[in-house]
Design a binder for this molecule. Structure first.
Ligand SMILES: [Zn+2]
Length: 635
């Protein structure tokens, strides 16, 4: 790698900057979300969620751990779980992207202040971690399986990358480099043959290598990826698959075990593959993800169906009432899909990102940005109970959204994604621009040949399917503009300066000598539709779901309706009704029995079908205690 002297990213900052690949991402300074669905969420994230996270981390002593762990401070009174440092780093990362998004000087000062705090805990040899190695604590790296030290270091590196790309090189980058150098010293080719029980250091080291040009970091990431899968971590009671240490990365056929661990590792493996030109490794991870999407992913794009180990289930084990679908797994799956999209240009990965954005990310956070789901169930059988706004929760299996959990990885994870979201919307390709996600956004960038082009994208998406892209500045000459027709959008129409034409799902390219004022319009048919499960998903056999565009719908009951007895008529197509979708349905009473098995139960006379209003899944549990279901049994 060419050594770089890292400064502010001229694009305004991007989380992932591969040195090669099919597509090159635009940054926060080139794409700005200005209105609509995601602008609202970005605003709430910046105005409320970041402060909310900070106040809880201060209150619980997670930020204070860095002061307590400063060199020579004596016995460390450390608070929180072993990975609490990572939450502070993730918050710093989120705040750094927010600085890139808004140029907020207050937020910039806060990042600087937190950086000073973090610096206190760094040892002279570069080691940084508040849970190990201090007086009265276990020795450093004495519990690689569950100590999360390298995982935390990874989040530190990612925070420093975000800070540097949005604010320029500074103390946080120095801290991160010293920490990364220490990791390489200890775990390098001549050092300890170890890996972390929770991957994350892998993609973080690659991104730091991309930022600094430091080959050593990339080599170390490659080493960590190659070391995994040889059962060198202690056997876990959930098996070595829990931390993806059962099978070498390039030999695996599917993602398995702890979902977030598996997804972060896959991100690191893609990054290593891209930077080292290892097409075999890239193809292996892409195939694993494709199979995971085909067999181990919920309708919402959520991943993970085993609560006990927060893990993927076996193929087709996707029970909606045990959908774990951790919010972090949604963020991690977007990170992986984004890397694969950039590397391969396959637009289906943008479909995946869209699905997860609208049905996991948008679902997770409350309207005020101060409460969130850890797990995202698809079927809430027991009415949710409101929780106090000043208490942290221990259990995180279902609703409602809570202000804080003992393990609160998800909140800063969503926060860093939302703050950097505009960097996931548009890329360049060999010659032109590709728009992957639709939002009210202004784009101002340069084509690969250096010509400037600015676009104004306007849409009511996802409520409305018309997306208009207007050229607002150009240096002249033609260029290809590619838009994505989502896989569900049959009957889409593309209107260009030269006429109308049907557009099939996948990428559609307009080649034109665009002038200022020229418009391209994509008309996506947004009709509610029934969606049927693969017959091998036993848990939802005999059920349908309703989707409209990228949005999954659900039935929610606030009063006495028993959603367990709901039956939907699949013969009457769902129709739009202001802000919701109407299906024909009835509630069929089922008699109580002492034993729930036996001959076909006698049914009560069928009640008449009536209209049942469904709402977007991401809107559930916002009107008070509720039950809810996504998959609807048919009559
Ligand atoms: Zn999480």
């Amino acid at each position: 790698m060419t050594k770089a002297s890292p400064g502010t990213d001229p694009t305004g900052g991007r989380p992932v900057v591969p040195s090669c690949g099919a597509l090159r991402p635009l940054g926060l300074g080139e794409v700005r979300v200005v209105d609509g669905f995601w602008a609202t969420r970005q605003r709430v994230n910046g105005d409320a969620t970041l402060d909310h996270g900070r106040s809880w981390m201060d209150k619980l002593g997670w930020t204070g751990n860095f002061t307590a762990a400063r060199a020579g401070a004596g016995e460390v009174d450390r608070r929180g779980r072993e990975f609490a440092d990572s939450e502070v780093y993730k918050l710093v990362e989120a705040m750094s992207w927010e600085v890139g998004r808004t140029a907020s000087t207050d937020r910039d000062r806060e990042v600087a202040e937190l950086t000073e705090l973090i610096a206190l805990a760094q040892a002279p040899d570069g080691y940084l971690g508040t849970a190990f190695g201090g007086p009265g604590q276990r020795p450093r790296h004495s519990d690689l399986a569950s100590g999360h030290e390298l995982y935390c270091a990874g989040h530190l590196l990612q925070a420093a990358v975000a800070r540097t790309r949005t604010g320029g090189a500074g103390p946080l980058l120095d801290i991160a480099r010293r920490a990364a150098d220490h990791v390489c010293d200890i775990f390098g080719p001549d050092g300890t043959w170890g890996i972390c029980g929770h991957p994350n250091i892998e993609p973080a080291l690659v991104e730091l290598a991309r930022l600094t040009g430091e080959q050593r970091y990339l080599d170390q990431a490659g080493l960590f990826v190659r070391r995994r899968g040889h059962q060198t971590l202690p056997q876990h009671h959930f098996g070595w698959s829990y931390y993806s240490d059962d099978v070498p990365v390039r030999d695996a056929t599917v993602l398995r075990g702890h979902a977030v661990r598996a997804l972060y590792l896959a991100c690191g493996a893609v990054d290593v593959a891209v930077e080292t030109g290892d097409g075999e490794l890239l193809a292996a991870v892409a195939a694993q993800f494709d199979r995971t999407l085909a067999r181990r992913t919920h309708l919402t794009g959520g991943m993970g169906s085993r609560h006990m180990d927060e893990a993927f289930g076996d193929d087709f084990v996707l029970p909606p009432d045990r959908s774990y679908s951790e919010t972090c797994a949604g963020v991690a799956a977007i990170m992986l899909a984004w890397r694969l999209l950039l590397a391969t240009g396959v637009s289906r990965y943008a479909d995946v990102i869209e699905r997860i954005l609208y049905n996991v990310v948008a679902t997770a956070v409350s309207d005020d940005g101060r409460a969130f789901f850890y797990a995202n169930t698809l079927h809430q059988r027991v009415r949710t109970v409101d929780v106090p706004t000043d208490e942290q929760q221990l259990g995180f299996g279902g609703g409602p959204r809570a202000p804080w959990f003992e393990v609160s990885c998800c909140l800063p994870n969503v926060a860093r994604l939302l703050a950097s979201l505009s960097a996931y919307l548009v890329t360049t390709d060999d010659a032109g621009l590709r728009i992957h996600q639709y939002a009210d956004a202004d784009v101002d960038t340069r084509l690969p040949d250096g010509r400037r082009v600015a676009l104004r994208m306007r849409t009511g998406y996802p409520d409305d399917g018309v997306v208009t892209v207007r050229v607002t500045a150009t240096d002249g000459g033609g260029f290809p503009l590619t838009l994505r027709v989502p896989e569900w959008a049959t009957g889409a129409v593309l209107v260009t300066p030269t006429g109308r034409r049907p557009a099939r799902p996948g990428p559609v390219t307009v080649r034109h000598a665009f002038a200022v004022g020229d418009e391209v319009r994509l008309e996506l048919p947004l009709r509610p539709r029934f969606t049927h499960p693969d017959p091998r998903v036993d848990a939802v056999r005999g059920c349908v779901a309703v989707e409209r565009g990228p949005v999954v719908y659900c039935a929610e009951a606030l009063a006495d309706e028993d959603l367990d007895t709901l039956r939907v008529d699949p013969g009457s197509l769902p129709v739009d009704v202001d802000g919701g979708v109407l299906v024909r349905a009835r509630f069929t009473a089922v008699g109580e029995r002492a034993w729930p098995y036996g001959p076909t139960p006698r049914r009560a006379p069928a009640a008449p079908l009536t209209g049942l209003r469904l709402l977007p899944y991401h809107r559930w549990a916002r009107r008070g205690p509720a039950t809810m279901r996504v998959w609807l049994p048919v009559t």
